[in-house]
Design a protein around this ligand. Structure first.
Ligand code: URA
Ligand code: SF4
Length: 213
């Protein structure tokens, strides 16, 4: 991945600990997204988690709460995790981009996809989180997360259903983003997408268990 003139890199603390990272990220101005957001939404969860989940970027509710996946997408994620037999408290959950990107739509703040430059600018935080947590498995929720973890654009359907190894993580799975499930206009299709999501999560859990011991 090319080097950027501006990125989160210069904000990284000298010592990589979760507390230090969180504190330093709160003041990050490594790209312009901090300007219109409320908080840096850093990852959270078990610091020695065997699984790390990576989303795209905080949404409206996450921006206000300062915590990842606490809004509508988080509720779908929680439901799917429970059905797949995975406890959220055992995970570390984060996002590829730590500030909410949006555009006004009436009174609402409408989610706007982060650019490749913003994903790359924010990547040092994700790399540092991976270095501290050292998860055995990383689960990318959607293509933005995958782009951050793989360092290049990827296609969802070509990446699903098997683990990949990348320079920053040995075992990476890619599945659908819970918001994509939520957004499906057709109820039958939506249910189908949701089932596929739960199925992916279940097989990731079994993969992890088969590699345990
Ligand atoms: N969508 C994401 O990708 N991350 C969040 O934290 C919330 C919604
Ligand atoms: Fe820093 Fe990432 Fe926020 Fe940009 S999005 S200001 S790189 S934390």
């Amino acid at each position: 991945m090319r080097r950027l003139a501006r990125s989160a890199r210069s904000f990284l603390p000298a010592q990589l600990s979760m507390a230090q990272l969180r504190e330093s990220a709160a003041g990050c101005t490594g790209c312009d997204l901090y300007k219109h957001a409320t908080h840096t939404v850093f990852g959270e969860g078990a610091v020695r988690a065997s699984m790390m989940f990576v989303g795209e970027q905080p949404g409206d509710q996450e921006d206000l709460a300062g915590r990842p996946f606490v809004g509508p997408a988080g509720r779908i994620l929680d439901k799917a995790l429970a059905e797949a037999g995975i406890a959220r408290r055992d995970l570390y959950v984060t996002n590829a981009v730590k500030h909410f990107k949006w555009e006004p739509q009436g009174k609402r703040r409408k989610h706007k996809k982060p650019s490749a430059t913003e994903i790359a600018a924010c990547r040092p935080w994700l790399e540092a989180e991976i270095a501290v947590v050292k998860p055995r498995v990383i689960v990318c929720l959607g293509v933005t997360a995958a782009q951050a973890v793989f360092g290049k654009a990827v296609r969802l359907n070509e990446m699903r259903k098997r683990p990949w190894s990348t320079p920053i993580a040995p075992s990476v799975f890619v599945t659908v983003h819970p918001s994509a499930v939520l957004r499906h206009p057709d109820a039958v299709e939506r249910d189908h997408e949701y089932r596929g999501f739960v199925e992916d999560l279940r097989s990731i859990r079994l993969h992890l268990r088969s590699k345990a011991a």
